[in-house]
Design a protein around this ligand. Structure first.
Ligand code: SAM
Length: 290
Protein backbone atom coordinates (compact mmCIF):
# COMPACT_ATOMS: atom_id res chain seq x y z
CA UNK A 1 0.00 0.00 0.00
CA UNK A 2 1.32 3.47 -0.85
CA UNK A 3 1.13 6.38 1.56
CA UNK A 4 -1.46 8.07 -0.70
CA UNK A 5 -3.72 4.98 -0.63
CA UNK A 6 -3.28 4.90 3.14
CA UNK A 7 -4.63 8.46 3.41
CA UNK A 8 -7.50 7.87 0.99
CA UNK A 9 -8.48 4.86 3.13
CA UNK A 10 -8.31 6.91 6.33
CA UNK A 11 -10.76 9.43 4.85
CA UNK A 12 -13.01 6.96 3.04
CA UNK A 13 -16.47 6.60 4.56
CA UNK A 14 -15.96 9.36 7.12
CA UNK A 15 -18.65 11.98 7.07
CA UNK A 16 -18.24 15.65 7.85
CA UNK A 17 -19.29 15.32 11.48
CA UNK A 18 -16.69 16.60 13.98
CA UNK A 19 -16.19 13.13 15.47
CA UNK A 20 -15.33 11.53 12.11
CA UNK A 21 -13.26 14.53 11.01
CA UNK A 22 -11.08 14.51 14.09
CA UNK A 23 -10.66 10.75 14.03
CA UNK A 24 -9.23 11.04 10.50
CA UNK A 25 -6.65 13.67 11.34
CA UNK A 26 -5.74 12.95 14.97
CA UNK A 27 -5.73 9.39 16.28
CA UNK A 28 -8.18 7.27 14.20
CA UNK A 29 -8.70 4.57 16.83
CA UNK A 30 -8.72 6.68 19.99
CA UNK A 31 -11.88 7.81 21.78
CA UNK A 32 -13.38 11.08 20.54
CA UNK A 33 -12.69 12.83 23.84
CA UNK A 34 -8.93 12.19 23.38
CA UNK A 35 -8.99 13.60 19.85
CA UNK A 36 -10.90 16.64 21.08
CA UNK A 37 -8.18 17.30 23.64
CA UNK A 38 -5.56 17.14 20.88
CA UNK A 39 -7.65 19.41 18.67
CA UNK A 40 -8.08 21.95 21.49
CA UNK A 41 -4.37 22.18 22.25
CA UNK A 42 -3.38 22.21 18.59
CA UNK A 43 -5.74 25.15 18.10
CA UNK A 44 -4.26 26.99 21.08
CA UNK A 45 -0.74 26.47 19.75
CA UNK A 46 -1.61 27.52 16.20
CA UNK A 47 -3.49 30.64 17.34
CA UNK A 48 -0.65 31.74 19.65
CA UNK A 49 1.85 31.36 16.82
CA UNK A 50 -0.42 33.21 14.38
CA UNK A 51 -0.54 36.10 16.88
CA UNK A 52 3.16 36.69 16.11
CA UNK A 53 2.48 37.30 12.40
CA UNK A 54 -0.73 39.32 12.60
CA UNK A 55 -2.39 41.13 10.85
CA UNK A 56 -3.47 38.29 8.59
CA UNK A 57 -6.34 40.00 6.79
CA UNK A 58 -6.04 39.73 3.01
CA UNK A 59 -2.93 37.55 3.09
CA UNK A 60 -2.61 34.56 0.77
CA UNK A 61 -1.95 31.47 2.88
CA UNK A 62 -1.62 27.83 1.88
CA UNK A 63 -3.18 25.22 4.17
CA UNK A 64 -0.71 22.51 3.31
CA UNK A 65 -2.14 18.98 3.75
CA UNK A 66 -5.53 20.51 4.56
CA UNK A 67 -7.51 17.28 5.00
CA UNK A 68 -11.08 18.19 5.98
CA UNK A 69 -10.09 21.86 6.20
CA UNK A 70 -9.81 22.36 9.97
CA UNK A 71 -7.30 25.17 9.50
CA UNK A 72 -8.80 26.43 6.23
CA UNK A 73 -11.95 27.28 8.16
CA UNK A 74 -10.04 28.89 11.03
CA UNK A 75 -8.00 31.04 8.61
CA UNK A 76 -11.03 31.97 6.47
CA UNK A 77 -12.74 33.24 9.62
CA UNK A 78 -9.80 35.64 10.07
CA UNK A 79 -10.18 37.16 6.60
CA UNK A 80 -7.33 35.21 5.00
CA UNK A 81 -7.33 34.17 1.32
CA UNK A 82 -6.62 30.55 2.04
CA UNK A 83 -5.98 27.76 -0.46
CA UNK A 84 -6.29 24.18 0.75
CA UNK A 85 -3.87 21.68 -0.72
CA UNK A 86 -3.81 17.90 -0.21
CA UNK A 87 -3.00 14.80 -2.21
CA UNK A 88 -6.03 12.87 -0.95
CA UNK A 89 -9.09 13.40 -3.15
CA UNK A 90 -11.78 12.25 -0.72
CA UNK A 91 -11.49 15.18 1.72
CA UNK A 92 -11.00 17.69 -1.10
CA UNK A 93 -14.24 16.61 -2.78
CA UNK A 94 -16.03 16.80 0.56
CA UNK A 95 -14.65 20.29 1.24
CA UNK A 96 -15.92 21.45 -2.14
CA UNK A 97 -19.36 19.95 -1.57
CA UNK A 98 -19.59 21.59 1.85
CA UNK A 99 -18.55 24.89 0.25
CA UNK A 100 -15.99 26.04 2.80
CA UNK A 101 -15.59 29.20 0.66
CA UNK A 102 -11.97 28.51 -0.20
CA UNK A 103 -10.33 26.93 -3.25
CA UNK A 104 -8.95 23.42 -2.82
CA UNK A 105 -6.35 21.86 -5.07
CA UNK A 106 -4.95 18.37 -5.32
CA UNK A 107 -1.15 18.45 -5.08
CA UNK A 108 1.29 15.81 -3.96
CA UNK A 109 4.18 16.98 -1.84
CA UNK A 110 7.03 17.58 -2.28
CA UNK A 111 5.83 19.26 -5.51
CA UNK A 112 3.69 22.37 -5.30
CA UNK A 113 2.04 23.87 -8.40
CA UNK A 114 2.42 27.38 -7.06
CA UNK A 115 4.30 30.32 -8.59
CA UNK A 116 7.61 31.48 -7.05
CA UNK A 117 7.24 33.78 -4.04
CA UNK A 118 3.47 33.98 -4.53
CA UNK A 119 2.25 33.14 -1.02
CA UNK A 120 2.48 35.15 2.20
CA UNK A 121 2.40 32.20 4.49
CA UNK A 122 1.92 28.47 4.93
CA UNK A 123 0.12 26.66 7.74
CA UNK A 124 0.78 22.95 7.95
CA UNK A 125 -0.41 20.83 10.85
CA UNK A 126 0.85 17.26 11.21
CA UNK A 127 1.62 16.84 7.52
CA UNK A 128 5.39 16.96 6.99
CA UNK A 129 5.78 14.34 9.72
CA UNK A 130 3.94 11.95 7.39
CA UNK A 131 6.46 12.37 4.58
CA UNK A 132 9.60 10.21 4.41
CA UNK A 133 12.63 12.18 5.59
CA UNK A 134 14.01 12.89 2.11
CA UNK A 135 10.62 14.24 0.99
CA UNK A 136 10.47 16.47 4.07
CA UNK A 137 13.66 18.20 2.92
CA UNK A 138 12.40 18.49 -0.67
CA UNK A 139 9.13 19.99 0.57
CA UNK A 140 10.95 22.58 2.67
CA UNK A 141 13.00 23.52 -0.40
CA UNK A 142 9.75 23.92 -2.32
CA UNK A 143 8.36 26.12 0.46
CA UNK A 144 11.42 28.32 0.20
CA UNK A 145 10.58 28.79 -3.50
CA UNK A 146 6.85 29.55 -2.98
CA UNK A 147 6.87 31.78 0.13
CA UNK A 148 7.78 35.42 -0.43
CA UNK A 149 10.68 36.86 1.60
CA UNK A 150 9.33 38.04 4.95
CA UNK A 151 6.53 35.47 4.72
CA UNK A 152 6.10 32.67 7.23
CA UNK A 153 5.69 28.93 7.63
CA UNK A 154 3.75 27.68 10.66
CA UNK A 155 4.35 24.04 11.36
CA UNK A 156 2.99 21.70 14.03
CA UNK A 157 4.68 18.33 13.99
CA UNK A 158 5.69 15.23 15.89
CA UNK A 159 8.98 15.74 17.66
CA UNK A 160 9.37 12.55 19.62
CA UNK A 161 9.49 8.81 19.30
CA UNK A 162 10.31 6.75 16.29
CA UNK A 163 8.67 5.95 12.99
CA UNK A 164 5.02 5.05 13.49
CA UNK A 165 3.44 2.25 11.50
CA UNK A 166 -0.15 1.38 10.72
CA UNK A 167 -1.71 -2.07 11.13
CA UNK A 168 -0.09 -3.27 7.87
CA UNK A 169 3.31 -2.14 9.17
CA UNK A 170 3.49 0.63 6.57
CA UNK A 171 5.60 3.44 8.04
CA UNK A 172 3.29 6.46 8.18
CA UNK A 173 4.97 8.86 10.64
CA UNK A 174 8.54 10.13 10.37
CA UNK A 175 9.16 12.43 13.34
CA UNK A 176 12.23 14.56 13.98
CA UNK A 177 13.54 16.10 17.21
CA UNK A 178 12.91 19.88 17.37
CA UNK A 179 16.56 20.62 16.54
CA UNK A 180 16.29 18.71 13.23
CA UNK A 181 13.07 20.48 12.16
CA UNK A 182 14.78 23.79 12.89
CA UNK A 183 18.01 22.79 11.17
CA UNK A 184 16.16 21.75 7.99
CA UNK A 185 14.32 25.09 7.76
CA UNK A 186 17.38 27.20 8.59
CA UNK A 187 19.31 25.29 5.91
CA UNK A 188 16.67 26.38 3.38
CA UNK A 189 16.74 30.08 4.17
CA UNK A 190 14.27 30.37 7.05
CA UNK A 191 14.84 31.72 10.55
CA UNK A 192 13.00 30.55 13.66
CA UNK A 193 10.61 33.15 15.07
CA UNK A 194 9.07 31.04 17.81
CA UNK A 195 8.58 27.47 18.93
CA UNK A 196 5.97 26.22 21.42
CA UNK A 197 5.21 22.84 22.97
CA UNK A 198 1.69 21.65 22.20
CA UNK A 199 0.95 19.03 24.89
CA UNK A 200 3.08 17.64 27.71
CA UNK A 201 0.74 14.76 28.68
CA UNK A 202 2.19 13.85 32.12
CA UNK A 203 -0.72 11.53 33.01
CA UNK A 204 -0.51 9.65 29.72
CA UNK A 205 3.26 9.30 30.12
CA UNK A 206 2.73 7.39 33.37
CA UNK A 207 0.00 5.33 31.70
CA UNK A 208 2.20 4.50 28.69
CA UNK A 209 4.92 3.25 31.03
CA UNK A 210 2.52 1.02 32.93
CA UNK A 211 1.07 -0.20 29.64
CA UNK A 212 4.49 -1.05 28.20
CA UNK A 213 5.30 -3.13 31.28
CA UNK A 214 1.96 -4.94 31.15
CA UNK A 215 2.38 -5.60 27.44
CA UNK A 216 5.67 -7.32 28.05
CA UNK A 217 3.97 -9.75 30.44
CA UNK A 218 0.83 -10.26 28.38
CA UNK A 219 2.56 -10.66 25.01
CA UNK A 220 0.22 -8.33 23.16
CA UNK A 221 1.07 -6.34 20.06
CA UNK A 222 1.54 -2.59 20.52
CA UNK A 223 -0.80 0.21 19.46
CA UNK A 224 -4.02 -1.79 19.40
CA UNK A 225 -7.26 -0.25 20.46
CA UNK A 226 -10.52 -2.05 19.91
CA UNK A 227 -13.33 0.43 19.58
CA UNK A 228 -16.65 0.15 21.34
CA UNK A 229 -19.16 -1.48 19.06
CA UNK A 230 -16.76 -3.93 17.42
CA UNK A 231 -17.68 -7.59 17.87
CA UNK A 232 -16.27 -9.34 20.90
CA UNK A 233 -12.77 -10.63 20.35
CA UNK A 234 -12.21 -13.35 22.91
CA UNK A 235 -8.44 -12.99 22.93
CA UNK A 236 -5.92 -11.28 25.16
CA UNK A 237 -5.41 -8.85 22.28
CA UNK A 238 -9.11 -7.99 22.18
CA UNK A 239 -9.49 -7.52 25.94
CA UNK A 240 -6.31 -5.44 26.01
CA UNK A 241 -7.63 -3.27 23.18
CA UNK A 242 -10.89 -2.60 24.99
CA UNK A 243 -9.18 -1.76 28.28
CA UNK A 244 -6.77 0.50 26.46
CA UNK A 245 -9.66 2.36 24.81
CA UNK A 246 -11.39 2.71 28.17
CA UNK A 247 -8.19 3.96 29.85
CA UNK A 248 -7.78 6.63 27.15
CA UNK A 249 -11.37 7.77 27.65
CA UNK A 250 -11.00 7.92 31.46
CA UNK A 251 -7.59 9.58 31.52
CA UNK A 252 -8.38 12.33 29.02
CA UNK A 253 -10.52 14.67 31.21
CA UNK A 254 -7.94 14.85 34.07
CA UNK A 255 -5.18 15.18 31.47
CA UNK A 256 -6.95 18.11 29.86
CA UNK A 257 -7.37 19.87 33.22
CA UNK A 258 -3.76 19.26 34.24
CA UNK A 259 -2.54 20.53 30.87
CA UNK A 260 -4.52 23.76 31.32
CA UNK A 261 -3.11 24.15 34.85
CA UNK A 262 0.44 23.67 33.54
CA UNK A 263 -0.22 26.36 30.94
CA UNK A 264 -1.47 28.75 33.61
CA UNK A 265 1.88 28.74 35.40
CA UNK A 266 4.30 30.98 33.49
CA UNK A 267 7.21 29.11 31.85
CA UNK A 268 6.21 25.74 33.39
CA UNK A 269 5.22 24.15 30.06
CA UNK A 270 8.49 25.26 28.42
CA UNK A 271 10.46 23.97 31.40
CA UNK A 272 8.64 20.61 31.34
CA UNK A 273 8.99 20.30 27.59
CA UNK A 274 12.78 20.56 27.95
CA UNK A 275 12.77 17.61 30.33
CA UNK A 276 10.03 15.49 28.77
CA UNK A 277 10.14 15.09 25.00
CA UNK A 278 6.79 16.56 23.93
CA UNK A 279 4.83 14.59 21.33
CA UNK A 280 4.00 17.64 19.20
CA UNK A 281 5.50 21.09 18.91
CA UNK A 282 4.60 24.20 16.96
CA UNK A 283 7.23 26.15 15.01
CA UNK A 284 7.01 29.51 13.32
CA UNK A 285 9.62 30.29 10.66
CA UNK A 286 10.25 33.45 8.70
CA UNK A 287 11.41 33.28 5.08
CA UNK A 288 14.62 35.31 4.87
CA UNK A 289 16.21 36.85 1.79
CA UNK A 290 15.07 38.98 -1.11
C1 SAM B 1 -2.85 14.11 9.95
S1 SAM B 1 -3.61 14.73 8.51
C2 SAM B 1 -3.69 16.45 8.93
C3 SAM B 1 -4.75 17.18 8.16
C4 SAM B 1 -4.92 18.67 8.53
N1 SAM B 1 -3.68 19.38 8.39
C5 SAM B 1 -5.44 18.82 9.94
O1 SAM B 1 -4.64 19.09 10.84
O2 SAM B 1 -6.65 18.69 10.14
C6 SAM B 1 -2.29 14.71 7.32
C7 SAM B 1 -2.73 15.21 5.95
O3 SAM B 1 -1.57 15.29 5.12
C8 SAM B 1 -1.92 14.84 3.82
N2 SAM B 1 -0.71 14.39 3.15
C9 SAM B 1 0.11 13.38 3.54
N3 SAM B 1 1.09 13.21 2.63
C10 SAM B 1 0.90 14.14 1.66
C11 SAM B 1 1.57 14.46 0.44
N4 SAM B 1 2.65 13.79 0.03
N5 SAM B 1 1.10 15.49 -0.31
C12 SAM B 1 -0.01 16.17 0.07
N6 SAM B 1 -0.70 15.91 1.20
C13 SAM B 1 -0.26 14.91 1.99
C14 SAM B 1 -2.91 13.71 4.10
O4 SAM B 1 -3.70 13.41 2.97
C15 SAM B 1 -3.70 14.29 5.25
O5 SAM B 1 -4.79 15.02 4.80
Amino acid sequence: MSLKTYWEKIYQGRDAKPMAELAAVCCPQAPHVYNRMFDAFQRRTVLRLLDVVRPLYGKVILDLGCGFGRWTRLLRAQGVSVIGVDHALVPLVRNRVLDLRAPFAQMKLPDLCVRDQSVDGVVSVTVLQHLPHIEQRLTIRELQRCVRPGGFVLLLEHTGGHEGTNGDLLATTFPNPPSRWIEMFVHHGFSLLESRPCLVLPIFRVYWRVRATLRRYLWVRPATMVKRGTPDVPTVQGVYGRLNFLAYALLTPPSYLLERLIEAVPHLKDWMSQRLPVPQRGFLFRREGK
